[in-house]
Design a protein around this ligand. Structure first.
Ligand SMILES: [Fe+2]
Length: 121
């Protein structure tokens, strides 16, 4: 599970690598819910293609906008104990190819600046 937090105070978005005791952070941090369904899913839910050790992630079935005010900020994949991430800026194509050691337990995530965190599963 990708745990993505946002700080209400400064606006930072944080990927949790190691979970600790969050009591100290809970005053400012909130966790993005992981979404997989709904009317916005076709443009947000990551689509995964696997070809040998190459994993390509597209967002989503229908291309997501990559405008200045609405775009995919990053995609992230978890495969077993490995994590891969690619960041985007407006105007980029929201697609990433990673070379991985294993596709076991692979889950892809995409993060939209307006519509939050989406998962392939
Ligand atoms: Fe969006």
């Amino acid at each position: 599970m990708a745990k993505i937090l946002k700080c209400d105070d400064c606006g930072s978005i944080i990927k949790v690598l190691v979970e600790g005791d969050e009591k100290a952070c809970s005053e400012h941090m909130f966790e993005f819910p992981v979404q997989t369904e709904g009317e916005k899913a076709p443009k947000h839910k990551p689509v995964v293609e696997i070809d040998g050790d190459k994993v390509t992630v597209k967002v989503g079935e229908a291309a997501h906008p990559m405008d200045d005010d609405h775009y995919i900020q990053f995609v992230l994949i978890n495969t077993g104990c490995e994590k891969y991430i690619k960041e985007f800026k407006p105007g980029d194509v929201a697609e990433a190819t990673f070379t991985v050691n294993s596709t076991d337990d692979l889950v892809a995530y995409a993060f939209c600046n307006l519509h939050g965190l989406w998962s392939s599963e």
